[in-house]
Design a protein around this ligand. Structure first.
Ligand code: URA
Length: 436
């Protein structure tokens, strides 16, 4: 088989064999003599002509096997992973890992860095001084055996084919293909070893999928292929028309996650409880959503989730004080600036997640280019969520900036991210639906 034959088949709209897709994956993992421009040509053919479910499954499995696979068999079951398609202010992983671990699940997770306007869990965790995001597979397994949870950044050894294909997609306008997204996400989940998965597909201006129809299509396909690969998967479609929670920015979001573990109130906290509840149903600890939600709330209210957080931070930073002192140790920006509402009183009807996400990138909290260093302290604190009453002179947002010039660049956009109306607006639930 040659790569030219494989490209030609997809160019002509034909179906691939399993061997052909294994060949593509091996080529992406550097095990075949194929150049990047040839892989790019295949990606464009696949983008234009699509892959059916069987082809998507074969590609996913081949990519999952393109490197090392974590073997969780030494760890107590059930094993759970969670994945979000990414959003603005999405710090759900920081809450769900200790929360579900406190409920008896083993949580082993590989997370990514920010992508465009959507933040990444690894960037958030790195705002905690000393937090290690480069655990080896053996360290992950040892830590999960000891405290029930472990997280690491993308390992070059797990699903290396995805690393190459993702970088090529990013630069050849072929990211937005459902089969390629599914294979990319699920190959990493399969290589990560868990057999249960909660998927959070975000929908709105701050997400990859802008509307409900496209989020449902992606969620349905992810679940179909995950099920075919033997992973029991629950899929939530969640709102990303406004940022999740009140803070956007790496250290600010760590602070907010910690507060949810301590207090457990608000729209973001209730999303965490909903996702945890369904994870507990998925693994059979709860019979139905309400029972799962009760267990999750108990773990928050009794402090067991918070204790798990403390052990996690202490273990992964190696600093015995850091569980307690995590808030005091987080970096802070030198400049804060309030954006005030100077119109008539009313109710917040729009907080554009896409605009807020871009403003945080412009403040230095995300990357414009691969390899950029992020500033952990900058970000935006929102005065309220959609539906909040706003009085004249009240702060719509507080911008945390590193320099006056960066602050000035984002003020106009942040000001226009909000709309206020003269009638009450119903708050939007964070959870839109669970896929049936
Ligand atoms: N996240 C991934 O890991 N891969 C994609 O293709 C899109 C989002």
């Amino acid at each position: 088989m040659t790569i030219v034959d494989v490209i030609r088949r997809k160019r002509d709209g034909q179906k691939h064999s399993r061997e052909e897709l294994t060949f593509v994956s091996e080529a992406a993992a550097g095990k075949q003599d194929v150049d990047d421009y040839q892989l790019s040509a295949w990606l464009m053919a696949a983008y234009l002509n699509g892959l059916d479910d069987e082809e998507t499954l074969w590609l996913t499995l081949a990519m999952a096997s393109s490197g090392e696979r974590l073997d969780l068999s030494s760890l107590p079951k059930p094993w759970m992973d969670k994945h979000s398609t990414g959003g603005v202010g999405d710090k759900t992983t920081l809450v769900l890992l200790p929360l579900l671990s406190a409920c008896g699940l083993t949580m082993v997770k590989m997370s990514g860095r920010g992508l465009g306007i959507t933040g990444g869990t690894i960037d958030k965790l790195e705002s905690i001084p000393g937090f290690r995001t480069n655990l080896s597979s053996d360290e992950m397994l040892a830590q999960a055996a000891e405290i029930g949870l472990a997280i690491t950044g993308q390992s070059p050894n797990l699903a290396p084919a995805d690393k190459t294909l993702y970088a090529l997609r990013d630069t050849t306008a072929t990211v937005n293909s459902i089969p390629l997204i599914v294979a990319s996400i699920l190959s990493k989940k399969i290589a990560g070893g868990a057999d249960h998965l909660v998927l959070d597909v975000k929908c709105g201006s701050g997400a990859f999928m802008p509307d409900l129809a496209s989020a449902r299509t992606l969620g349905t396909k992810l679940r179909e292929i995950a099920t075919m690969a033997g992973i029991r998967t629950a899929v939530a479609i969640t709102d990303m028309s406004q940022p999740l929670g009140r803070f956007v920015g790496n250290a600010l979001e760590v602070r907010e996650a910690f507060e949810v573990l301590n207090k457990g109130v608000g729209r973001f906290a209730s999303l965490c409880v909903d996702l945890a509840a369904e994870a507990l149903v998925n693994v059979g600890i709860a019979r139905e959503h309400e029972e799962g939600a009760l267990l999750a709330r108990q773990a928050l209210e009794s402090g067991t989730a918070r204790e798990r957080w403390d052990r996690w931070i202490v273990t992964q930073t190696g600093d015995k004080n850091s569980g307690e002192d995590v808030l005091a140790n987080l970096p802070k920006s030198p400049i804060t600036h309030e954006v005030l509402w100077d119109g008539e009183p009313g109710w917040l009807s729009r907080i554009d997640a896409g605009v807020i996400g871009q403003a945080v990138v412009d403040l230095g909290g995300g990357r414009r280019q691969k390899g950029d260093k992020v500033n952990p302290s900058v970000g935006i604190e929102l005065g309220g969520e959609i539906g909040t009453r706003v009085e004249k002179g009240q702060a719509l947002a507080t911008i945390h900036a590193r320099t006056e010039s960066e602050l000035k660049t984002v003020i106009p956009a942040v000001t226009h991210a909000f709309a206020i109306e003269d009638h009450a607006i119903s708050p939007l639930p964070a959870l839109i639906e669970w896929l049936e």
